[in-house]
Design a protein around this ligand. Sequence first.
Ligand SMILES: NC(=O)c1ccc[n+]([C@@H]2O[C@H](COP(=O)([O-])OP(=O)(O)OC[C@H]3O[C@@H](n4cnc5c(N)ncnc54)[C@H](OP(=O)(O)O)[C@@H]3O)[C@@H](O)[C@H]2O)c1
Length: 275
Amino acid sequence: MTARDLRQAGISTLVLLGCGKMGGAMLEGWLAGGLRPDLMQVIDPFPSPWLESLADEGLQVNPAELAPASVAVIAVKPQMMAEAAPKLAVLAGSGTLFVSIAAGTPIAAFEEMFGADTPIIRAMPNTPAAIGLGISALIGNAASRAGHMDMAEALLSAVGKVVRLEAESQMDAVTGLSGSGPAYVFHMIEAMAAAGVAEGLAPDLAMRLARTTVAGAGALAAASDESAEQLRVNVTSPGGTTAAGLGVLMPELPDLMTRTVAAAAARSRELAEAG
Ligand SMILES: NC(=O)c1ccc[n+]([C@@H]2O[C@H](COP(=O)([O-])OP(=O)(O)OC[C@H]3O[C@@H](n4cnc5c(N)ncnc54)[C@H](OP(=O)(O)O)[C@@H]3O)[C@@H](O)[C@H]2O)c1
C-alpha cells in the first residue's frame, strides 16, 4: 500500500484512538505506506516513547482539540470504549468515517454514540497484523458507502489482507476463526513441541522444530496455488509416516476445531450482548 493508494481511497487526515499493540501496528503500516505524520492525530493516555518520537515529525499526540479528519480509527479495548469513544464525538456528523477494530462492540453501539447517519465500519483484524500478515474482515453500517469501504480496506491493507462480510452477524464466526485463530496455532506449536519431547527430543530442539514447521507450512499454504487438502495429500505417502500420524489426528481434529471455533463465536456473541 502506498500513500497514493491511501489518498486515492480518500484518506488525507486521520485520528487514531488507542495506540497499543493493534493501533501501533496499523500506525506503523500507515507511516510505512507514506501517510504523512503531520496529518495524523493520536489519542492515548500513556503514549509510548516511539509514539512520542513521532511528535518530532509533526504527528499530534493527545491534541487539546481534534482537527477535522477524514477517518477516525478506534483501537481501544472494549472495556475502555465507554470512556474513550466519546473523545471522538466532536467528529461525528462532519463526514468523518469511523472504523472500529474493537472485538465484541457492535455497530449499533457506535451508532448510539455517533448517530446512525455517521458512516461506521467494524473490522476484525488478527495479531499477525503486527508483522503485516494479518487478515481483517469488514462490515459497514447503512450509512457507509462504497467509498467508505474502500477507505477502510486501504487502511487495513497496511497490516495484511482484507475481506468484506455480507452481514454483521458473520463477525462472531470471523472472531472465532481468524480473530482467535492465531492462539489455536500457537497452542498447536506447544502441543507439537511437547509431543517431540515425549519422543525423546530436548525441549529447545523440539520447540524449534515445531515452531519452524508451523511457520514453514503456513508460508507454503499461503504461497501455493494448491488447496490445503492437496498440499496435505502431496506429503502423505500411502503407508508412510505422515499417513500414520494423520490416522490419529484426522478422526479427532475436525470435530475438536468445530467445537473450538463455536465456543469462541458463542463468547463473541455473549460479549456483544453484555456490552
Ligand atoms: N490484539 C489482537 O489480537 C486483536 C485482534 C482483533 C481486534 N483487536 C481489538 O483491538 C483493540 C485494541 O487491542 P490491542 O491488543 O491493541 O490492545 P492494547 O494493546 O491494550 O491497546 C489499547 C490502547 O488503547 C489505549 N487506551 C486505553 N484507554 C484509553 C482511552 N481512554 N483513550 C484512548 N486510548 C486509550 C491503551 O493505553 P494504555 O495501555 O496506556 O492503557 C492502549 O494503548 C481491542 O478492542 C481489541 O478487541 C485486537
